[in-house]
Ligand binder design. Structure first.
Ligand code: FE2
Ligand code: FE2
Length: 194
């Protein structure tokens, strides 16, 4: 079933699905009270956002900079900078505990940044990409799906992946490709627990 899903989602549908997922985690955080629960949700959000920003930066944004017109080019460059701010906040949060007095404030700022960024992608960037029609979104959707499975397989502690997809991805990819993507190094350095 996960397979069938993978073949029917184009790149934009796949990214928007990620956006919904992250927004759902944000909502849960807003209603959370227990420190352990907060920490769990922040960890989940960081895992999702790390993979999401990586696939956009590896597979989508370079194509926008290459094939997009002036407006898309500008949106692409802005998007890299917005990711940069979010990554900074994530790296700080990884080293904090929920009882830190700035923990909630920091995550709230992350939420605001991510929600603003999502709005820009969904309301400006994605419609412009669709309108320009220069990117094969079906094919890109497949590539993104494969890359996501690969990144999840690299031991980010994400356990929600369906078993079938996981074994399929492992069989298909063998050892994860060494692509040395932007920002990949900081992950192992910053991750201390779990
Ligand atoms: Fe996105
Ligand atoms: Fe993005």
């Amino acid at each position: 079933m996960a397979n069938a899903q993978a073949t029917t989602r184009n790149a934009i549908e796949l990214l928007e699905e990620d956006h919904r997922k992250v927004k759902h985690i944000f909502k849960q955080f807003e209603n959370a009270e227990q420190p352990a629960r907060k920490k769990d949700l922040v960890t989940k959000a960081i895992e999702e956002l790390t993979i999401h920003t990586q696939i956009e930066e590896e597979l989508l944004y370079p194509q926008i900079l290459k094939t997009g017109g002036e407006e898309l080019h500008e949106l692409g460059e802005e998007a890299y900078e917005e990711h940069h701010v979010v990554k900074l906040l994530m790296s700080e949060l990884k080293n904090m505990e929920p009882d830190d007095e700035r923990y909630d404030a920091k995550f709230t700022v992350l939420i605001e940044n991510v929600e603003h960024h999502i709005d820009e992608e969904e309301e400006e960037m994605f419609p412009k990409i669709e309108k320009a029609g220069k990117i094969d979104l079906e094919r890109l959707g497949h590539e993104m799906f494969e890359r996501k499975m690969e990144l999840r397989g690299q031991g980010d502690g994400i356990s929600e992946m369906p078993e079938k997809v996981s074994s399929r991805a492992n069989k298909h990819n063998g050892a994860p490709k060494k692509r040395a993507p932007r920002g990949a190094k900081s992950k192992s350095k910053a991750r201390k627990r779990g």
